[in-house]
Ligand binder design. Structure first.
Ligand SMILES: O=C(O)C(=O)C[C@H](O)[C@H](O)CO
Ligand SMILES: [Fe+2]
Length: 342
């Protein structure tokens, strides 16, 4: 298993010279963030990102993420243009030697929380999701100012987009994912790139819009589209762990040959679908990280694994979920789990 760390590029307050001092940290997960969603990622930009990482003696192991344009998720008439661009970007990434690309198929929003600085009893802060609050609010008028949300939307854009998705069913979204994968997988297979779909976070419909990547049935359906290993999974313990019925070690054993990227994150399930992110340690949350790691060992997982969202501890401020200190503690914990199961 290749330990890795997410880095948001030159604007990230967490710098590569610090990341590389985390024990056994050799691999970086990153992306190009200033190319508009749907445009082609130029070769020179990819090479530039790679060079900036290799300059520090690290390697660019995974792209998280190559985003999927809303027109593709909506199945709109112009989706083919964006799919053609997606293929071009995949080719450019493959030519730069990148073999693992993460994406998600969540409509409009990325991960969703209701409080980015929820104070825990030890004085650290974590990301909280209050399901009752989410059910009450109008996402257009309530500014949750989540970093994962695309800041380029005007309120009118967002309202129009949400309305379009509210007319869609899960089936419609599956149809559009199927269309997308039938188009891009041949390119991924030809260039030996593993696409890895990140689960929905949280893994259920919010704001009345569909979400489909939630657990076992989702993965059975995903693989029924195309059983090539390139039709892959980013196994995120924090996202999947939000649903008590998701047996994470069993999912790993069942879908292991499609897992090419792992996010290690712990959450504590609260009542009625609410949850709070915790430190990575199993006993502080609802996810048994040791059994997850043992299952990864059992499937001889050799892919990339990263600590996912951490708390803000020791007074650190920065990008929600992406501070240095608690993710570094998480990385050290993952090192220990791997050593333990080996
Ligand atoms: O929601 C999660 O578990 C993620 O890993 C999602 C990442 O934070 C997402 O890629 C940020 O855009
Ligand atoms: Fe994740």
């Amino acid at each position: 298993m290749q330990l890795s760390f997410r880095w948001y590029g030159d604007t990230d307050p967490v710098t590569l010279d610090k990341i590389k001092q985390i024990p056994d940290m050799k691999n970086i997960v990153s992306a190009i963030y200033d190319v508009p969603v749907g445009e082609v990622w130029p070769k020179e930009r990819i090479e530039g990102l790679k060079a900036s990482i290799e300059k520090e003696g690290l390697s660019l192991a995974v792209i998280e993420s190559l985003p999927v344009h809303e027109s593709i998720k909506l199945g709109e008439a112009d989706r083919d243009n964006y799919i053609a661009n997606y293929k071009e970007s995949l080719k450019n990434l493959a030519e730069a030697g990148i073999k693992t690309v993460c994406y998600n198929f969540m409509p409009v929003f990325d991960w969703t929380r209701t409080d980015l600085e929820h104070e825990l009893e030890d004085g650290s802060t974590a990301l909280l999701y209050d399901h009752d609050f989410i059910k009450e609010i109008d996402p257009v008028t309530t500014n949750l100012n989540l970093p994962g949300w695309d800041e380029s939307y005007t309120k009118e854009d967002m309202a129009a987009l949400i309305e379009k998705y509210r007319q869609m069913t899960d089936e419609d979204l599956w149809d559009n994912l199927t269309y997308f994968l039938n188009e891009v997988l041949p390119v991924a297979i030809e260039h030996d790139v593993d696409l890895t779909i990140h689960p929905d976070d949280p893994p259920w419909s919010i704001f009345g819009i569909p979400r489909i990547i939630k657990g076992r049935e989702s993965y059975q359906r995903l693989i029924s589209i195309n059983d090539a290993k390139n039709n892959g999974i980013c196994f995120c313990t924090g996202s999947l762990g939000c649903l008590e019925e998701n047996n994470l070690p069993a999912l790993i054993r069942e879908f292991g040959e499609h897992i090419h990227f792992v996010h290690m994150r712990n959450i504590k399930r609260l009542e009625n679908h609410s949850f709070v992110e915790t430190a990575h340690l199993s006993k502080l949350g609802s996810v048994d990280m040791k059994e997850v790691t043992r299952a990864l060992k059992d499937i001889d997982y050799t892919g990339t694994i990263r600590p996912d969202h951490g708390r803000m501890i020791w007074g650190e401020t920065g990008r929600a979920g992406y501070g240095l200190f608690d993710r570094a503690l998480g990385a050290a914990y993952i090192n220990g789990l791997i050593e333990g199961v080996e």
